[in-house]
Ligand binder design. Structure first.
Ligand SMILES: [Zn+2]
Length: 293
């Protein structure tokens, strides 16, 4: 049967629609293939040379890492694990006198902020940690005191108190012919918002005294960057006896303010004390390598 005009035009329209559908399907198929190829290339592509590798653990470690462990990982590496026996033998002839301030019947400054913390205890803790770190590096350490129990040789003062005088401390360092001296203290102030560490030295103590203070400062800054630091070189009239009256380069470190609202929290933390000791040890090692060996 012959098709009339209406039938013919309907047939043509349907043919056009079918062609359009086929074209659409073809385009869709091509896009799908393209997407599949793109995905496969992305999957197997290696990172470029200057592209940092993707660290899938970084987000979880960031949230679980404490402030202290973060500072520990960014601290300069110590050579305690890599130092060989020959180097240790060489270092063993280098003597460092560590002087934990106050002690026995003399508590030094006292902090109400961290539950009645005594300066003498903070000084001794950091001093013993420093001794262990320096000895592990191979150095010989002389302590002016290594406990809070007064030895029988200590003569009580006129008021009946047993304490180590500043002259006693200088004599221990001088009679042992030490190469370096470091005295540890905590500062105090009536104003709680006053915080910060200060390294003191006597300007005529040694030609290298400013360098000694600078090396220790830099190592402390590297391991505890959030603390405030000052270095003060003083004249004879203003300087401390343990900086003036010893025959070796000598610094006195006020590690911070035991009365400070930030420092008192640090002082109560064993991790902070270990980090602070590590900072001094690293500075002493750096000074020894530059001027002492
Ligand atoms: Zn003190």
């Amino acid at each position: 049967m012959a098709r009339n005009n209406y039938q013919y035009s309907r047939h043509t329209t349907m043919q056009k629609k079918r062609r359009a559908r086929r074209a659409l399907l073809l385009v869709g198929f091509i896009i799908l293939i393209g997407l599949l190829i793109f995905g496969a290339v992305k999957l197997f592509k290696k990172p470029a040379e200057n592209e940092p590798p993707k660290d899938t653990t970084s987000s979880s470690s960031t949230t679980t890492t404490t402030a202290y462990s973060t500072t520990t990982t960014t601290a300069p590496p110590t050579t305690t694990t890599t130092v060989n026996d020959a180097e240790k033998e060489k270092r063993s002839s280098y003597k460092i006198c560590i002087d934990p301030g106050h002690g026995y019947d003399d508590p030094g400054a006292v902090s109400d902020l961290s539950g009645g913390l005594y300066e003498k205890d903070v000084n001794l803790f950091v001093a013993l940690a420093l001794r262990d770190k320096l000895e592990a590096m191979g150095f010989t350490v002389i302590m002016t005191r290594d406990s809070d129990v007064p030895p029988s040789t200590i003569v009580p003062s006129k008021t009946g108190l047993k304490k180590l005088s500043l002259t006693d401390r200088c004599n221990i360092a001088n009679s042992s012919a030490c190469d370096l001296f470091v005295s540890l203290h905590c500062d105090s102030c009536e104003v709680e918002s006053i915080n910060g560490c200060c390294i003191y030295y006597y300007i005529d103590n040694s030609p290298y005294i400013a360098k000694y203070a600078e090396f220790v400062l830099n190592s402390l800054k590297a391991i505890l960057p959030d603390q405030d630091y000052t270095v003060e070189g003083n004249t004879r009239a203003k300087s401390y006896q343990v900086c003036r009256n010893v025959t070796m380069p000598s610094i006195l470190i006020e590690m911070g303010f035991i009365t400070g609202n930030k420092d008192a929290v640090d002082f109560a933390s064993e991790q902070w004390r270990q980090d602070f000791a590590q900072g001094i040890a690293d500075g002493i090692l750096a000074f020894y390598e530059a001027y002492g060996s």
